[in-house]
Design a protein. Sequence first.
Length: 460
Amino acid sequence: MAITVQMQFTSAVTEIYQDAFVGSSIENGTTVIQFDLRKHDFHQELGTKATLCWRKESYHVDVHELSTFHNPMTYRFIVAQGSYLNDQHQRVYFTPEIKGVSTSQHMSHSVIRLACYLAVVCGVSLRHIALLFSVLFLIPLSKSSMKRWIDDIGVHLPTPEEMLQQLLALAPATECHIDGYYPLGTDHCVMVVKDEHDRILITHEAASENGEDARQFLQRCKDLGLNVTAAFSDYSQSFTEAITAVWPHVRFQADHFHTVKNIWGHLKKSLFSYRRQIKAHGEAKSDEQVMEQAKTLWQLRWSLLKKPANVSSEEKQAIAALDSEDAGFVHRFRSIIRQLVNIFDHAHREAQATLRLQQLRKDIRAMEDQHLEKIPQFFDDHWDQALRYLRKKGMGKHRRGSNSESGMRLLRRLEKNHDGIRSAATRQHYIQIYQAIKYLSLDIAKFIEQGPHIAELPRV
């Protein structure tokens, strides 16, 4: 027994064309909402009070709309060419413009807005967005269509330089987090500048991240109003020299993420090397117990590399059981990690960190591990940059400063699987839309509807 349930439905499009609504029906499983634009009051839009005349020949335009109903939803607009007599008694012809939809894409602005928001702000790949729209809303979308939407919106946004000035006018920046990454499918470097407010201020693609390219990029940022007192970056000599060249009196602090990443890499190599030795010894002696120990080491490898505070109770029990069977490496290895945590998390003065580093040297020397021996060497080479926050007044709050790397993660997420970002222009449009929505709280619908007709970027 078929049951028909009626319910009210409203959207931006139905609100605009209430007077043109003529009915609804279901065709081939699709809910069709029909509008006859010849019934709509166009006098105000056309700026005339004259009688409107319509040609007998008409046509219709079908447009997809977002719908969580069982059936997909389509707007059907009946359109015909119209005309009227102006004040000079001349006949003026016009074709009604349909608001709230894209007639070239046959999509409502709601569809375009949601797709762009998912792609840019949420970082969903275009392939997955197409799947979501197909499954949830029963709307067929292609990756190329979404890319065109993003490019159409981005090309009408302010330039990166204008966006930077808008962001600085909204909240001045005194800190500069700079980093670079190489997008998939290209040898070029994208330099990214973030500030203490966790905003991506500007990006720049260059042939490489050599010192001169970085210096010119930062000098351009300075000319646009970015004056910083504290700068952060990785250990790239190109970036550090460029920063001091543009802002000679700036206080430089190495980005904490890159410091920890370097040390963690040596710890990982040491653990994996030990595990290979244990496995090789077990295979050579045909010792099942040793082979099982090597297997457990591999299963617990990421737990063994964690800070003590991040290890769960279950992981602690597993590590303790492994330690009781091990020859002492696991105990000493975990002790090294605890000492590193004390240097970074619990040292409040440089003298404290220095004393703990001395003890760390002794323990690493006793282990006779070539990978772990590189950790004190790293501290010797980069101590001033890595722990400047312990010496410079006012730098303490930047001990965990990793804003530059978080900008890299955002860009890598946006181009996940190389899906959608295949050109420098599209990548730049992603960033511009992201800035407009996240930092300036602008409604993307205005850019969809007005496009190049927007005179200037609205102030928040």
